[in-house]
Design a protein around this ligand. Structure first.
Ligand SMILES: Cc1cc2nc3c(=O)[nH]c(=O)nc-3n(C[C@H](O)[C@H](O)[C@H](O)COP(=O)(O)OP(=O)(O)OC[C@H]3O[C@@H](n4cnc5c(N)ncnc54)[C@H](O)[C@@H]3O)c2cc1C
Length: 485
């Protein structure tokens, strides 16, 4: 892999950092273990004394680790139900795990991790243009399987992200301005509630729960077993594009984004990476829903205002665009593997008219000055289009008046003292930044345990309704983690 390719992979999070972690465990008492063993769970149960445990408890972000007493690999829906009932009778807590990509590792927070990886069916109905997608699937295999039948759903770029955490918290990617968030494309959800019953939430049944699960659903109301998604036919061709910019001209780029961002064609979604230490310090990557000639025409105005130093267009199939922007091989996209590494991230969702020049300079200065052990870059995701056309109170995903999201991402490559200093630094920056530039919203899928006032930042005016749905469906707060509803 070339150095620049390595950097790109890093930029998109999918960096391979092999590490050995020491996990302190809290084993189950023998009596509880015996009961769990007799709960008719067919799937494998991994305990701390099992040689697989350390590997199985290692999730994407190894900055944080918890020590569950058991990991249950549900082999079917009944296993999910039996595990919930059993855990309740034993007074043990459960957290569901799908792709294990929670930024704060909240999917391994409970006494028992209920892993849904084996609930991985993808059943496509060509007539209704819908698919039932098991809650244990990851994005890469979903894109691949659906593409075989000429369909897709809009979702994020990293193939190893799990569909459950992703879609239950929103799900933003390079198809979102045309087709909305992943959660906007859910038609129905099957979920095991706190009593262990399997219930369905959709527009006709348990509508309030359906509302809550689309944006506020991660491990707060139950364990999702499957989603029914609306499918979109893949266009014959899409056009990926890559523009490079001179970092010193960043203000010109943002003048163009602030001016055109919300009005530019919905056919186009982009995300831009600012990484001052890179040989491509300001790169905009995107996908246009159509052929190259149309992409060039529709982006003409944006190009002339933003003044890239180079532009590249690639007409290709939609699945090829998925592979391109995953910065992975086709094989890795189809069969993604885990990439544990240490990081800390901050999310700022910016409303129109966009950041002032001071706000942009401030991000540029921060990313330029972080120490070598904690390289930091910023990703700007353009919102608008279909994302913003849904009313803020239609689903729990409240972020409908956003121009762009910023994710500040810090890799942590030092020893524990250095890493702590770096985390303090990004936390302080985040708090001051929000205050200085009056930023209220943060993205719940970039979950951040150090975020103040997270209820309002993630859910805004929808929070109270989410609490009332919680009281109805999980009055004893059986499903919880530090930032659950
Ligand atoms: C490398 C990387 C790339 C990313 N790229 C994008 C992107 O392009 N766009 C974007 O929007 N986001 C992106 N994210 C953020 C991602 O959407 C969230 O981290 C998401 O929560 C991950 O879901 P998961 O199932 O993989 O994680 P998990 O850790 O398994 O779960 C996350 C949360 O959901 C809960 N949960 C999991 N399964 C279930 C279930 N079956 N029922 C109920 N609750 C459940 C967990 O308990 C936990 O609280 C990225 C994250 C990473 C680490």
């Amino acid at each position: 892999m070339s150095e620049s390719m390595f950097k790109k992979v890093f930029l998109r999070f999918c960096l391979l950092f092999l590490l050995i972690i020491v996990v302190k465990t809290t084993p189950l008492k023998k009596s509880k273990k015996n009961i769990l063993e007799s709960c008719h769970i067919k799937g494998q149960i991994v305990y701390p004394n099992n040689s697989k445990y350390t590997q199985d408890v290692t999730s994407e972000n190894t900055r944080v680790t918890f020590n569950p007493a058991a990991i249950v690999y549900a082999s079917n829906v009944e296993d999910v139900q039996n595990t919930v009932k059993c855990a309740k009778s034993l007074n043990l807590t459960i957290t569901a795990r799908s792709g294990g990509h929670s930024y704060e590792e909240y999917s391994i927070f409970g006494d028992i991790v209920l892993d849904v990886t084996n609930l991985n069916q993808i059943d496509i109905n060509n007539n209704t243009k819908t698919a039932v997608i098991g809650s244990g699937n990851r994005l890469g295999p979903i894109y691949y399987k659906l593409s075989q039948d000429g369909f897709f759903i809009p979702a994020g770029s990293c193939p190893s992200v799990g569909i459950s955490g992703h879609a239950l918290g929103g799900g933003i990617g390079l198809y979102a301005r045309k087709f909305g968030t992943a959660s906007d494309n859910i038609l129905s959800i099957d979920i095991v509630n706190a009593n262990g019953s399997l219930i369905t939430a959709n527009a006709n049944q348990n509508e309030d729960l359906f509302y809550a699960l689309r944006g506020g659903g991660s491990n707060s109301y139950g364990v999702v077993t499957s989603f029914t998604f609306k499918l979109h036919p893949t266009p014959p061709k899409v056009t990926s594009f890559k523009f490079q910019y001179d970092l010193s001209k960043i203000q010109t780029v943002f003048n163009a984004i602030n001016k055109l961002g919300l009005t530019i064609t919905d056919d186009m979604t982009f995300s831009m990476v600012m990484d001052p230490s890179s040989d491509t310090p300001l790169e905009l990557d995107g996908v246009y829903q159509g052929i190259k000639k149309n992409a060039q025409k529709d982006l003409e105005n944006f190009i002339s205002l933003s003044k890239p130093t180079s532009t590249n267009f690639f007409e290709e199939s939609l699945f090829s665009s998925v592979v391109r922007w995953s910065f992975e091989s086709v094989n890795e996209t189809m069969k993604p593997t885990h990439h544990p590494n240490k990081f800390k991230a901050k999310s700022f969702l910016i409303k129109p008219p966009g950041l002032s020049s001071k706000g942009i300079q401030s991000i540029k200065n921060f990313t330029s000055k972080t120490p070598k052990d904690c390289p930091t870059f910023a990703i700007f995701d353009l919102f608008g289009g279909a994302i913003n056309r849904v009313a803020a109170d239609e689903t729990a995903f409240v972020h409908r008046n956003i121009l762009y999201g910023i994710q500040l991402y810090m890799g942590l490559n030092g020893d524990s003292t250095t890493n702590k200093k770096c985390v303090d630094q990004i936390n302080n920056f985040g708090t001051n930044y929000q205050k200085s530039f009056n930023i209220t919203n943060s993205y719940q899928n970039y979950i951040d345990k150090d975020l103040d006032n997270w209820q309002t930042r993630y859910y805004g005016s929808n929070y109270q309704k989410l609490v009332s749905v919680k009281k109805k469906f999980d009055p004893d707060n059986f499903f919880h983690f530090p930032q659950s509803i």
